[in-house]
Design a binder for this molecule. Structure first.
Ligand code: AHR
Length: 513
């Protein structure tokens, strides 16, 4: 009798330890949607120690190994992520930046005061050549953010000619004088940034008119298939902004419309990056998951004006935003990165994958030493954050064919509020391998999910998992490998049924063949 009771108790305990979630994975015979690799884009602003000290340490630096001033350790790490594009020079900084001040002999370049970020004086030693050559090193496509608020149409048109024109012209001659014969052929161009705020506090109507003027003179000097012009987009749920832009900008002048959304608890009380409590974690995740509703609603507006889906939704700033690390410059936005950030990255990238019919490009804010960074540096030291590891695990989805994955999730409950605990996305790569990425945001409870597979037969499943002992764990310069991907043993295949046990606050990527 005692034995029976013990068995029952063990059974009850194990059942309650794993909530039951279900899902369906459909592998269509002729799938037709590609997850653009550009969804996995990055962002490098002149802000704090992003450029100076992060990417770039100067040609003369003998302490930190570099190539033309760009840190070699950073290049190796970012190449591992396969970053498809890099946005530069801002952010808010972009609308104060005059590109002609960043070319030519470095000792002759004028300084610039970074008015938005800490009021520091920069020497313009990292300019157009430095950035575009660095993109070649990183094997990534540059995304140049043009200055609309304090620049001119002529200045931006000149920049295009300077970097893209192969023939003889005033700007291409200047480029050659500065040592670069071949053009870089930059495709992605932003026209202003956050025009509703730091980019000029414009109304949507005023910006739309200005945009039309700028876009007209952004010519494709190569005639190589056109530039990809991106309009400064809405602040989170400002749907009117998207409506006005889509209504007033002719399709012939626009390839992408942006959207910025940060996972922030409260702009007035953002909370600490590492010593947060579960309530703060929950609120961050609520804000991160809100991305799905934002994309649905902005997409619905775009569908109305662009039913043929020609204009991309470009989420060119996303990520977690907390209080800066104690003792650091408040204008430098330097924050640590914990398992909470891994959960933001995993859930957000699942959303982008699943809405990749309209979301064709996105940029995590930001790459190094700023906000939800993938890399942190301290002089010669460099560490990879949990967010880095998620982006590395998810890069299997880049340019892969999207597969519909439907998940019916249990709730993660805190107080009176609840969120779906499990989210996921799936794709099939060029080698025929299927990848499923799953996240369990529940801070305390493991989640078991049973996924029914239709349309394909798999023999084998392997995977990797990112988790840790505590949600608040992070990689530090003294202890850089607290959080790193491990082999995952929690998935098994039985016929067309895939069972996965996701640990609390974990990100899992499975490979099926
Ligand atoms: O990423 C930091 C800042 O956030 C950017 O400069 C700006 O565009 C946004 O408000």
């Amino acid at each position: 009798m005692k034995k029976v009771l013990t068995v029952c108790l063990v059974l009850i305990c194990s059942l309650s330890a794993y909530a039951q979630n279900t899902g369906d994975l459909n592998v269509p015979v002729s799938p037709d949607r590609i997850i653009s690799r550009h969804i996995y884009g990055h962002f490098a602003e002149h802000l704090g120690r992003s450029i100076y000290g992060g990417f770039y340490v100067g040609e003369g630096n003998t302490k930190i190994p570099n190539t033309a001033g760009v840190r070699n350790d950073v290049v190796v790490a970012l190449k591992k992520l396969k970053i498809p594009n890099l946005r530069w020079p801002g952010g808010c900084f972009a609308d104060t930046y005059h590109w002609k001040h960043g070319i030519g002999p470095k000792e002759d370049r004028p300084t610039i005061v970074n008015a938005w970020w800490g009021g520091v004086t920069e020497d313009n030693s990292f300019g157009t050549h430095d950035f575009l050559n660095m993109c070649e090193l990183l094997d990534t496509e540059p995304y140049l953010a043009g200055n609309m608020a304090t620049g001119t149409v002529q200045e931006l048109a000149d920049w295009v000619q300077y970097v893209n024109f192969a023939g003889k012209s005033p700007m291409s001659d200047l480029r050659r004088e500065n040592g670069r014969e071949e053009p870089w052929n930059v495709k992605f161009w932003g026209i202003g940034n956050e025009a509703w705020g730091c980019g000029g506090n414009m109304t949507a109507e005023y910006y739309a008119n200005e945009y039309r003027k700028y876009a007209t003179f952004l010519a494709d000097w190569n005639n190589s298939g056109g530039l990809f012009r991106i309009a400064s987009g809405a602040n989170s749920a400002d749907y009117n902004w998207t409506e006005v832009l889509m209504k007033n900008i002719p399709e012939s002048l626009i390839e992408g419309v942006a959207l910025h959304h940060y996972s922030v608890i409260d702009w007035g009380a953002k909370g600490p990056s590492t010593t947060f409590n579960e309530q703060q974690y929950f609120q961050t995740m609520k804000s991160a998951l809100f991305m799905e509703e934002l994309i649905q609603k902005h997409t619905a507006i775009m569908d109305k004006y662009d039913p043929e889906n020609k204009v991309a939704l470009v989420v060119d700033e996303w990520g977690g935003w907390y209080e800066v690390e104690p003792g650091t410059n408040p204008g430098f936005l330097y924050q640590q990165n914990t398992m909470r950030d891994a959960m933001i990255a995993g859930t957000t990238l699942n959303i982008f994958n699943n809405y990749s019919n309209r979301v064709k490009m996105a940029n995590l804010a930001q790459s190094i030493n700023v906000l939800q960074a993938v890399i942190l540096t301290d002089e010669e030291k460099m560490i990879l954050t949990p967010t880095f590891h998620v982006m590395e695990m998810y890069n299997v989805h880049q340019d892969a064919t999207w597969l519909p994955l439907t998940i019916r999730s249990e709730s993660y409950v805190v107080g009176n509020e609840k969120l779906p605990a499990v989210s996921g996305s799936a794709s099939k790569d060029k080698n025929g391998l299927t990848h499923i990425s799953l996240t369990n945001i529940d801070a305390k409870q493991a989640q078991e999910i049973a996924i029914n597979i239709e349309g394909a037969k798999y023999k084998n499943v392997t995977g990797r998992v990112l988790t840790s002992k505590k949600l608040q764990d992070y990689n530090s310069f003294d202890n850089p490998n607290v959080i790193k991907p491990e082999n995952f043993k929690g998935a098994r295949l039985k016929g067309n049924n895939l069972m996965v046990k996701l640990p609390p606050f974990s990100v899992v990527v499975l490979e099926l063949k």
